[in-house]
Design a protein around this ligand. Structure first.
Ligand SMILES: [Zn+2]
Length: 213
């Protein structure tokens, strides 16, 4: 079929035919609003389908795809991946060490399941905490919703007051850290033997397991 006024080629609609000596061109209106003058043979073959805007759109979407590595989603994926697989990761004890695995193949797989992160949401939450990071068991959670604090394994009790660290006890009483340890751990010299300091002790604190990575 000959290129003619009114026909559409991709984003272009032919609005006039132009004949000069060497080239047969067409005057086209592109969907984006630009007017362009492609060779008719290129319209026919499909080589030209826009004023050039399609190419830059395609390029942009390729770049965007590539740039997933800089996105919130990619970082979130890497975080759960390492929290499950790298014993040196600070969240490993909450996930990998408990047998939790990351069963998403890659960030695209994650996005297919839970979509892109809404603004302000960059953590990934397990719905069933005893199951894996896998399709159907995850959702976005608020940024830093409960990123675990540095874990305080013990509380320190001195004269009925509970402290979160031995350091706090030391500064409260103006004594050394080792004195606190000795008193709370029951290694205070009592004259003839080591024993606990009355009213002082340390005990393990119940920690909430991290639910998000
Ligand atoms: Zn265009």
């Amino acid at each position: 079929m000959k290129v003619d006024v009114g026909l559409r080629y991709g984003r272009l609609i032919v609005i006039d035919l132009i004949n000069d000596k060497t080239n047969k061109r067409a005057m086209c209106l592109c969907d984006c609003g630009n007017v362009t003058f492609p060779q008719r043979t290129r319209l026919k073959s499909g080589a030209t389908q826009s004023c050039g805007c399609k190419r830059s759109d395609d390029l942009r979407s390729r770049i965007t795809k590539h740039d997933l590595s800089r996105t919130v989603e990619y970082r979130a994926f890497m975080k759960i991946f390492y929290a499950c697989s790298n014993p040196k990761h600070n969240l490993y004890k909450f996930f990998g060490a408990r047998g939790v695995k990351c069963l998403y193949k890659d960030v695209t797989h994650l996005i297919e399941d839970i979509g892109q992160s809404p603004p302000g949401f960059s953590s990934i939450e397990l719905i069933d905490k005893n199951d894996h990071f896998k399709p159907g068991n995850c959702r976005w959670a608020k940024t830093g919703k409960h990123l675990p604090e540095p874990v305080q394994l013990k509380v320190w009790i001195a004269d009925g007051v509970v402290f979160n660290s031995a350091k706090e006890v030391a500064s409260h009483y103006g004594i050394s850290l080792s004195t606190v340890y000795n008193r709370c751990n029951g290694y205070t010299w009592q004259g003839n033997e080591y024993g606990p300091w009355p009213g002082w002790r340390s005990e393990f604190k119940q920690t909430n397991e991290a639910e998000t990575a």
